[in-house]
Design a protein around this ligand. Structure first.
Ligand SMILES: [Fe+2]
Ligand SMILES: [Fe+2]
Length: 278
């Protein structure tokens, strides 16, 4: 079987609508778009577009679960098993196998939640960035890019959706998100633990891995949609990230990246806004 499987060959039926990461960030409807987005605010039931915003997020979670399953599965297969510098330890592959089981369960839960919330596969698009990060030829970079950066973002998203379910009076959404959140904390912690173990004696590799994580985090902080302000659409979930092996400095950095991204997007929006005529 082929090693390092390219994203454009992933098995998808005709219901999936693929969008490139480039197109996603260029779409002015996206809160993280290059054109500044709509200046999305905190996800609360009082937001006029709350049902659609929640459904969009849910569909995004679903495609993320599918790709997380595919990425963890590839990491079990793409590398030789062993303790050498080019290999992947058996215990890491066991963790990835456990993750596959969790993500398969999350995919089923997400399908049922989409049904519950009134959307279906293909109503929104799929961008393939999570799987692309899972194609990195170095397993440590895969675990920092996917498990720490993107599944760290999943912690923030699930926590936000859980709180939305609570205030909207939807216990099904609240409990499902809470159960998935517990697994994601474990996945992020796997990333933190393996990063530390595999780079114990190779500081240069550790720095490369952390740099890859920063690049992915920056990319997905566009528009500052994930942050700590009262109006941030997605809240940085400090307590859960702490449980997953993030230290305070790392979370401060993330909050700063987001503040900067939000400021940039606001300035960009102001430049695009029509100027009053004299
Ligand atoms: Fe998941
Ligand atoms: Fe996960």
């Amino acid at each position: 079987m082929r090693k390092i499987y390219p994203a454009d060959l992933l098995a998808r039926d005709e219901r999936f609508v693929r969008l490139t990461t480039e197109d996603r960030f260029s779409d002015p409807r996206s809160p993280g778009s290059r054109s500044g987005g709509r200046g999305a605010t905190r996800l609360t039931p009082s937001r006029p577009d709350a049902p659609d915003a929640a459904r969009t997020l849910m569909h995004g979670i679903f495609v993320g679960e599918v790709q997380a399953l595919e990425g963890a599965g590839r990491t079990c297969w793409d590398f030789e098993t062993g303790d050498g510098p080019e290999d992947t330890p058996f215990a890491l592959k066991l963790d990835m196998a456990r993750q596959c089981w969790d993500e398969a369960r999350h995919t089923e839960i997400s399908c049922k939640l989409m049904d519950w919330m009134g959307t279906e596969l293909g109503e929104f698009s799929e961008s393939i960035f999570l799987y692309e990060a899972a194609c990195n030829p170095d397993p440590v970079l895969r675990l920092t890019g996917v498990n720490r950066a993107l599944e760290g973002l999943a912690i923030d998203v699930f926590n936000t959706m859980k709180e939305f379910g609570d205030v909207a009076g939807d216990p099904v959404l609240e409990f499902c998100e809470d159960w998935m959140l517990a697994d994601e904390v474990t996945h992020v912690k796997m990333g933190s633990d393996w990063l530390r173990r595999l780079t114990e004696t190779d500081k240069e590799r550790r720095e490369r891995a952390l740099e890859f994580q920063r690049v992915v985090d920056k990319l997905f902080s566009l528009g500052g949609f994930r942050g700590e302000d009262e109006d941030s659409p997605i809240k940085l979930a400090r307590r859960f990230r702490e449980l997953a092996g993030f230290d305070a400095d790392e979370m401060d950095d993330l909050a700063e990246i987001s503040r900067q991204a939000k400021k940039d997007a606001e300035e960009h929006r102001q430049r695009l806004a029509p100027q009053p005529s004299a």
